[in-house]
Design a protein around this ligand. Structure first.
Ligand code: FES
Length: 327
């Protein structure tokens, strides 16, 4: 068999697919697969990993062709083979958040209530995360306070530390839905001017979900997943507003440096739900391209292009002078 030429994104996609296939609640039905072939695999992947764009569909098709139509069931061991072992980080790296050109994002310039999807990856490749600047319905940034978040699945709680930035209004949450893993654009942020009491009825949200949002007095927008209707409150630590999810979106802890106005992703709360599809927030399939495996540090720590000689993670608790190297 010819080796597959796989891109990083494809590998991450396969990793999530195989995770779902092996997970008892979403177990892959091999008999159905033998009967229906690739249509079953496509449907399974769409239902469990998220919509397939034409490129991804072609990739899966190519995978099946490569395996051979008669031995179609052998896709499972092949996928297992491709599902290389997870990499585990020792600690959360500090990572400066940059735009797509590699320039650090300035917190004071981050648009408030921007429904456009601003995402970055943290802590590993494929861990897509929303970056939101929360405001009121007039577009003024609002302070996002620290709050206690409950995980409906277990009843356990954890603390969400609140927003950062000049107005304490900037937050970051995993953009992988905790129900079945749909990602942007299926899951997205609706700012308060789009979802508000007495406003025009939002035809992009089911009426029962809208009624719950209004009855709960949610004032600063919602994150809603179109795949099956899960809704999260970004002002309250992405707590669950409507199911079927039974877990809030995990948050990425941010640090804002008032001297440079830069934003850093610095860690995650291990008491919050794990990023969907991961065995731990510190485990994944590939490190970020900005991550330096030789030092265990992000390459972009203080300024673009600066090379660190040590890690910065140990001083997370104090937030005092965070750019001193730890010893
Ligand atoms: S994946 Fe089902 S609601 Fe988001």
């Amino acid at each position: 068999m010819k080796p597959f030429a796989l891109k990083r994104d494809d590998l991450i996609f396969l990793h999530r697919l195989v995770y779902k296939m092996r997970n008892p609640p979403t177990k892959f039905d091999e008999k159905e697969f033998v009967k229906k072939g690739r249509d079953y695999l496509f449907k399974y992947a769409e239902d469990n990993v998220g919509p397939l764009n034409p490129e991804r569909r072609l990739f899966l098709k190519g995978l099946l062709v490569g395996i051979g139509a008669l031995a179609v069931v052998s896709v499972l061991p092949v996928l297992g083979y491709l599902n290389q072992p997870e990499i585990t980080l020792k600690d959360f790296p500090w990572m400066i958040i940059t735009d797509s050109d590699g320039n650090p994002i300035q917190a004071s310039k981050l648009p408030v209530n921007n429904p456009a999807i601003l995402v970055f990856q943290y802590p590993m490749q494929g861990d897509i995360t929303f970056l939101l600047n929360i405001g009121d319905e007039n577009g003024n940034p609002v302070k996002v306070p620290s709050t206690t978040v409950t995980i409906p699945e277990t009843g356990a709680t954890y603390t969400f530390p609140g927003g950062v930035g000049p107005n304490n209004s900037i937050v970051a949450f995993s953009a992988i839905c905790q129900h079945l893993g749909c990602i942007p654009p299926e899951i997205h942020y609706y700012p308060p001017d789009l979802v508000k009491p007495n406003g025009p009825f939002p035809d992009f949200i089911p009426s029962d979900v809208y009624n719950i949002i209004i009855s709960q007095g949610i004032k600063y927008g919602v994150i809603h997943c179109d795949c099956h209707g899960s809704t999260y409150d970004p002002y309250k630590g992405a707590a669950v507003v409507t199911g079927p999810t039974v877990r809030p979106l995990p948050y990425v802890q941010l640090y804002w440096d008032p001297n440079t106005d830069y934003l850093y992703a610095v860690g995650m709360n291990l008491h919050a739900p794990v990023i969907l599809g991961r065995s731990s927030d510190l485990s994944g399939f590939a490190t970020l391209s900005s991550y330096d495996e030789s030092t265990g540090c992000s390459k972009l720590l203080v300024q673009k292009g600066q090379t660190p000689t040590n890690c910065y993670t140990r001083i997370l608790t104090s937030f005092g002078n965070p750019f001193q190297q730890s010893g």
